[in-house]
Design a protein around this ligand. Structure first.
Ligand code: SF4
Length: 228
């Protein structure tokens, strides 16, 4: 599919996600704008490749244990590892004290500066800039790749998110007229709740242009013919 054709299709997906999202309420505590920046950046690191519900379960205890960036900065890595062990990916613990130390006096406003922080890569940088700085950046995780793969009709694997053509689709997905942070939250929530492991296609308004749904329908028709 050409990028132009993909761009046109993506308009319906953008609209569908926002329509759905304004009626849903996911009150994750880190989305509260009164939370300090350092907590929100640390949380984005915890959310990377991790189920949001699992982070929500840990959130209160973790920040009760580390109520300030300084307290996390001075914590032994083994202790932090223990504190986040329920999330998996315990290797992240080695970066958290150093990251907390770097942002105790404030979180940078630019992607370039964020990328220099320990444990902060392209996903966390993009997510922080979109969700917490409300800027027109992008982010891509496994759920976003799956959503685009199903909707536009391409095969994907663990390496797909690094491909230039995929990043072009991501840029197109993030080209919209909505408030960046709201669109970012809608994308995270929609790709997890509606187009998740078991996609809810019948309730998805984007199904009229979705490649996955078209295949599903074609298979169902073929099955019905075989059984008639
Ligand atoms: S129709 Fe189904 S597969 Fe396509 S975007 Fe919607 S939920 Fe995902």
């Amino acid at each position: 599919m050409s990028q132009q054709a993909a761009d046109e299709k993506l308009e319906l997906l953008q609209h569908t996600m926002m329509n759905w999202w304004v009626q849903e309420h996911f009150d994750y505590p880190w989305r509260d704008s009164s939370e300090p920046d350092w907590k929100r950046l640390i949380t984005e690191v915890l959310l990377q490749r991790t189920n949001a519900a699992a982070v929500k379960r840990l959130y209160v205890d973790f920040f009760f244990k580390y109520p300030t960036a300084e307290s996390l900065a001075s914590a032994p890595v083994e202790e932090v590892e223990q504190a986040i062990h329920s999330l998996g990916l315990r290797w992240r613990a080695q970066y958290l004290p150093g990251l907390a130390s770097n942002i105790a006096d404030g979180v940078p406003d630019s992607s370039d500066e964020l990328m220099k922080l320990p444990g902060v890569g392209p996903y966390v940088t993009g997510a922080f800039m979109v969700l917490h700085r409300n800027t027109s950046s992008t982010f891509v995780d496994a759920n976003v790749v799956r959503l685009l793969g199903r909707y536009l009709g391409f095969e994907w694997d663990g390496e797909t998110r690094r491909k230039k053509w995929l990043l072009d689709h991501v840029d197109a997905l993030f080209s919209h007229g909505y408030t960046p942070s709201e669109f970012g939250y809608a994308l995270l929530d929609f790709s997890r709740e509606v187009c998740g492991r078991a996609p809810q296609c019948q309730s998805c308004e984007a199904r009229t242009q979705c490649a996955y749904f078209a295949t599903l329908e074609a298979n169902n028709r073929a099955l019905a013919q075989d059984n008639s």
